[in-house]
Write a protein that binds this ligand. Structure first.
Ligand code: FAD
Length: 436
């Protein structure tokens, strides 16, 4: 796995600004590809309060690739799904059926406690000698970063200093609401009895999102109207049976949920990723997931250019592939948020439920590789197939036998190739071509 380069100038292949989930995933991936990497992070410890609490199968698979599978069994809980309910708690619409085969080797959706995942990602970096992590260190400016690394990736969050410095504007995609986000840790997971499914409560007096998160963690998001002052948190939680005797308040903060996209994601050798490149309202739990997909898309391309002399034009495909996907996911997230308000006024105005789609997130537009299905889709992962595949490009043929690391033969099932004779798979496990 370690393919560290011996080139001396500049001292690093990649400089990453920010060790949030996007930067930390990218740093791990750069480490796994043997890229000499430096990371600047102004805080010493992971941000202690949870923001993201949902991730999907593709993200779990990326973490699996990074060697975190055992941690994930501890840190993730499979989600039971998401439903829209009326003010009385009656179900109006289930966003999608969540009962489906784990096509990518993982359940479709999970809940988690973000500081735990952040800590996992940071600990993972310790194995890479060629990744230098500068904690408690404000990033130098763009010019200095360029002088120490061949490529710079700004993963410095919504208020990205680097984005500002290189003069990239944010485009407003049309959503801006204030929500009061409340996290508690229950004393007893069974007390009080709460829904086991994510709920969007379409109550015109107070639109609310409830997330039964991992372990004792529970999340509420309450929409604020106009200039409304911050409400009393315990009064908001009382109808849910939560009080100071059965739960500890972790935080209660007002967030602006908005939808913004950087006008461009690249300026010469500087790339934007994660919240620095895009922000979306959290109704589909996809902001962090999108940043992690950015990292997975960019890392192997950087490695091919740096190590294998690939045409640097390959790096332009980072934005062309990711931008459309993020735009589609953002539009979906905005729709999911607006649906709350619509159903609060007219509970019958819900859309038809979508048919089950285990590739829900990865099949959205963006990966324009020019082929027909399944080109541009993730390779399915029956029987932990990834564990037997090499790290780079690989042909996967139905019926072919691989040696697994523990020397047990693994036969590729036809469903791994969507019934095709063989598929050509990119290092990020997207299918680039098929043989029929
Ligand atoms: C209420 C809420 C709920 C959410 N729920 C979900 C969810 O369920 N699922 C999901 O996928 N997403 C969710 N999101 C979105 C998710 O939290 C963000 O998209 C994600 O945290 C962004 O990660 P990031 O690494 O891009 O940026 P950040 O997490 O903001 O990390 C940026 C890092 O850069 C560092 N930094 C910044 N500037 C500098 C500098 N100059 N020098 C050094 N370091 C610097 C910061 O200290 C920080 O550590 C939610 C967001 C909110 C607010």
């Amino acid at each position: 796995m370690d393919r560290s380069s011996t080139a001396v100038s500049p001292p690093f292949d990649v400089a990453i600004v920010g060790l949030g989930p996007a930067g930390a995933t990218l740093a791990n991936l750069c480490g796994s590809w043997g890229l000499r990497t430096v990371v600047f992070e102004r805080s010493r410890a992971p941000y202690p309060q949870p923001r993201a609490c949902h991730l999907d199968a593709e993200i779990a698979r990326i973490f699996q690739h990074l060697g975190f599978e055992d941690d994930l069994h501890e840190l993730l809980t499979a989600s039971a799904g998401m439903e829209y309910v009326d003010a009385g708690g009656r179900s109006l619409f289930t966003f999608e059926g969540f009962e489906r085969e784990p096509l990518l080797g993982w359940h479709e959706d999970y809940v988690f406690v973000q500081p735990e995942i952040d800590a996992m990602l940071r600990a993972g970096l310790e194995q890479y000698q060629h990744v230098s992590v500068r904690l408690g260190c404000e990033s130098p400016g763009a010019d200095e970063l360029r002088s120490i690394a061949r490529y710079v990736v700004a993963c410095d969050g919504a208020n990205s200093m680097i984005r500002e410095e290189i003069g990239v504007d944010l485009i407003d995609l049309g959503f801006d609401e204030r929500w009061f986000v409340v996290d508690v840790m229950l004393h007893d997971a069974a007390v009080p009895v709460l829904p086991t499914i994510i709920q969007q409560v379409c109550d015109r007096r107070r639109l609310t999102t409830f997330v039964p998160s991992h372990g004792m963690h529970r999340r509420w998001e309450f929409r604020l109207t106009g200039d409304e002052l911050v409400p009393d948190v315990w009064r908001l939680l009382a109808p849910w049976g939560i009080n100071a005797a059965n739960a500890d308040l972790v935080r209660a903060t007002v967030y602006r949920f908005h939808a913004l996209m950087a006008a461009r994601w690249r300026e010469g050798d500087i790339f934007l990723a994660g919240d620095a490149a895009h922000q979306m309202p959290p109704f589909m739990g996809q902001g962090m997931c999108s940043g992690i997909r950015d990292a997975a898309n960019l890392a192997w391309k950087l490695a091919e250019v740096v190590h294998d002399g690939a045409d640097p034009a390959l790096l332009d495909t980072y934005e062309t592939e990711r931008r459309g996907h993020v735009a589609a996911v953002t539009a979906l997230s905005i729709d999911a948020g607006k649906l709350l308000a619509r159903l609060a006024i007219d509970p019958a105005a819900h859309p038809e439920p979508d048919p089950p789609d285990p590739q829900r997130w990865s099949r959205l537009p963006g990966l324009e590789l020019g082929g027909e299905f399944p080109v541009g889709h993730q390779l399915p992962q029956p029987n932990r197939l990834d564990e037997s595949l090499p790290d780079g490009w690989v042909w996967v043929a139905a019926g072919h036998t691989f040696d697994s690391p523990d020397h047990l033969p693994v036969v590729v099932e036809p469903r791994a190739t969507y019934g095709h004779q063989a598929v050509l798979v990119r290092p990020d496990r997207y299918i680039a071509a098929v043989v029929t």
